[in-house]
Write a protein that binds this ligand. Structure first.
Ligand SMILES: Nc1ncnc2c1ncn2[C@@H]1O[C@H](COP(=O)(O)OP(=O)(O)OP(=O)(O)O)[C@@H](O)[C@H]1O
Ligand SMILES: [Mg+2]
Length: 254
């Protein structure tokens, strides 16, 4: 008859070349007052943050890290700015209208962050997930610092945040960022060019000046927050290999 005969089942193939690393739990803490009622000892997952300017390659790297981690048997969750169910749409509308003061806008972003922290990040860590954050409180603080806001006030607002297990800052020179953003979006973003700060009427010039100020603030905060600066001007594969190597160290709890 027309049935296809199958040969003997082939032996199972390994899913990934690396063995599954069970993340070793390490003590967690909040930067400041945190969220009340959270049992930090129960957060067995890991929070990995990828920071970097617009077009620095965060999405590219996170997509690869997710593939790698899931291939190793880890469940992953992704978070990022303006992704909360609570206020992301309203925040986008506020950005379009450019009607809010720096303080109100800052608190809007803080609300977006707090909602994700409480409803996604902490529950996922409790369930042992690897949480990959596409930017974190540092971008929010740096943007506000460049706009002259008070550092002590910002530290207090973001005292709510959990200290991540690792923070990687993809460092790419502003000139290179311009090229990548044009390649990707055929334009520069109004806010990421700091047009609201009024450094220049020319968007291209404004982008370069603004991104240089942002980078300076990032470097200043580095000593306080201890993030690892990773050169983002190499090939996608080279950057990813470095990130994987450093994340493996985090997984084994060092
Ligand atoms: N290492 C790299 N070398 C050259 N180009 C890169 C590299 N990594 C990413 N790119 C390219 O740069 C552009 C921006 O990358 P990507 O979208 O990953 O950055 P992003 O930081 O997530 O940007 P956004 O801030 O817009 O979310 C894309 O066109 C991408 O293909
Ligand atoms: Mg992106």
């Amino acid at each position: 008859m027309g049935t296809t005969r199958r040969g003997p089942a082939s032996p199972p193939q390994p899913i990934a070349s690396r063995s599954v690393m069970v993340p070793k739990p390490t003590p967690k803490r909040f930067y400041g007052h945190g969220i009340p009622g959270v049992d930090l000892e129960k957060l067995s997952g890991k929070l990995i943050v990828i920071e970097g300017a617009d077009g620095s390659g965060r999405s590219t790297q996170i997509a690869r890290l997710v593939q790698w981690l899931e291939g190793c048997g880890h469940a992953t969750v992704q978070v990022g700015l303006k992704r909360s169910t609570l206020v992301s749409e309203e925040l986008e509308r506020a950005k379009q209208g450019n009607i809010l003061s720096h303080i109100t806008m800052s608190l809007f972003y803080a609300t977006d962050f707090a909602d994700q922290l409480e409803n996604i990040i902490l529950p996922a860590l409790k369930a042992g997930f690897m949480v990959l954050a596409d930017r974190y409180i540092y971008t929010l603080m740096v943007r506000d610092l460049v706009r002259g806001m008070d550092e002590a006030w910002l530290k207090n607002v973001y005292g709510i945040a959990l200290v991540p297990d690792a923070v990687f800052y993809l460092n790419v020179a502003p000139e290179q960022l311009v090229q990548r953003n044009f390649q990707k979006n055929h334009t520069l973003d109004y806010w990421e060019s700091g047009m609201d700060v009024g450094l220049s009427r020319d968007m291209f010039d404004c982008f370069l000046q603004y991104q240089a100020l942002v980078e300076k603030q990032f470097r200043r905060l580095q000593s306080t927050y201890g993030f690892t600066i990773v050169s983002g001007e190499r090939s996608v594969e080279e950057i990813n290999a470095e990130l994987q190597e450093k994340i493996e160290v985090v997984l084994v709890g060092k």
